[in-house]
Design a binder for this molecule. Structure first.
Ligand SMILES: [Fe+2]
Length: 358
């Protein structure tokens, strides 16, 4: 296994300028601003906050109003802060505390959990490997593992320190799985489908995979030149995110990069490509990226709810397709969809490199 330089080690080495591989191309730099200043801005569009209190209300009118709000946010933004989501705040705090404690261990300790992407071992502690000609890297380390269904987990790969990690994370995954069902139901109803339709389409209880990625963004001496995570849309059906109240998530909305404010006790939820495809583009999978800063370590806990790689062919549901609204996406398995995105990125790189050569 090749030793990988951890961003945390680099950050702690006392450098005042970042290595070339972390410097973003100039087209990106114009829109990278100070996260703390950006978060204070009150003008302009803001990521919507959706209150899920009434998502299963007995009162039809109240329930429909809640579903309508969720639908609007899913169609307009594809990302939102969920409040009154039903997941106990103490449990979220335990998950965050145990993740923070794990990342608080010395790098050598965390290396014992290192993944090995070259040999296909993707679960564990890792950092992005340069996978393009420019060798471009991201300012983060991460921990990645499957958290649900329980029979598909490999607990031997999970952090043993701190001792609460496994229990807190398992409990949180169970709660998120229930929340995902509620959201799938509401979104199905919003599209005029049977309530259990979307969940079935993405694999149901047995096949839908929940994978957790803890993103650890060390302080960066030149945050105006780097990105924690480069711009992308999530491939998942849904993504649920906790964070340590340090801003950094930026959304590309109506042609501008907008920073998400930190809403206490909320969960950020993304609609991913999978639901965008099934809904034939009615629900939006928004382009987003992660900024870093000089002052505070940022940590986020993303759980991706993903269909199985090869078992399901994703395509717009027949009910979502008509003469006026033809299918916007060709049929592809989840694996093919990921492959297609990678290929497209490679093509774009080739075009950019060609342009650079001219
Ligand atoms: Fe993402």
């Amino acid at each position: 296994m090749v030793a990988v330089e951890r961003v945390e080690s680099l950050a702690k080495s006392g450098i005042s300028s970042i290595p070339r591989e972390y410097i973003r191309p100039k087209e990106e730099l114009e829109s990278i601003n100070d996260v703390f200043q950006e978060e204070k801005k009150e003008d302009g569009p803001q990521v919507p906050t959706i209150d899920l209190q009434d998502i299963e209300s007995e009162d039809e009118t109240i329930r429909e109003k809640c579903i309508e709000e969720l639908k609007k946010a899913a169609m307009d933004w594809g990302v939102m802060h969920l409040i009154n989501h039903g997941i106990p705040v103490e449990l979220m705090e335990r998950v965050k505390k145990s993740g923070e404690e794990f990342f608080g261990l010395p790098v050598e300790e965390k290396e014992k959990y290192a993944n090995d992407q070259a040999s296909g071992k993707i679960q564990g502690y890792g950092s992005k490997l340069a996978n393009n000609a420019s060798g471009q890297l991201e300012w983060e380390d991460y921990f990645f593992h499957l958290v649900y269904p329980e029979d598909k987990r490999d607990l031997s790969l999970w952090p043993k320190t701190p001792t609460d990690y496994i229990e807190a994370t398992s409990e949180y995954a169970k709660c998120l799985r229930l929340l995902a069902t509620k959201v799938f139901k509401a979104l199905s109803i919003a599209l005029g489908l049977e309530p259990d339709r979307l969940e079935k389409e993405v694999g149901g209880l047995e096949e839908l995979l929940l994978q957790m990625k803890i993103n650890y963004y060390p302080k960066c001496p030149q945050p105006e030149l780097a990105l924690g995570v480069e711009a992308h849309t999530d491939v998942s059906a849904l993504t649920f995110i906790l964070h340590n109240m340090v801003p950094g998530l930026q959304l590309f909305y109506e042609g501008k990069w907008i920073i998400a404010k930190c809403v206490p006790d909320s969960i950020v939820m993304h609609i991913g490509d999978t639901l965008e495809i099934l809904s034939n583009g009615r629900f939006k999978s928004i382009l987003h990226r992660g900024l870093v800063n000089k002052e505070k370590v940022r940590i986020s806990w993303a759980v991706f709810c993903e269909p199985p790689k090869d078992k399901i062919v994703l395509k717009p549901l027949p009910e979502m397709v008509s003469v006026e609204s033809p299918a916007k996406f060709p049929p592809r398995t989840f694996a093919q969809h990921i492959e297609h995105k990678l290929f497209r990125n490679k093509q774009e790189e080739l075009v950019t490199e060609k342009k650079d050569e001219v």
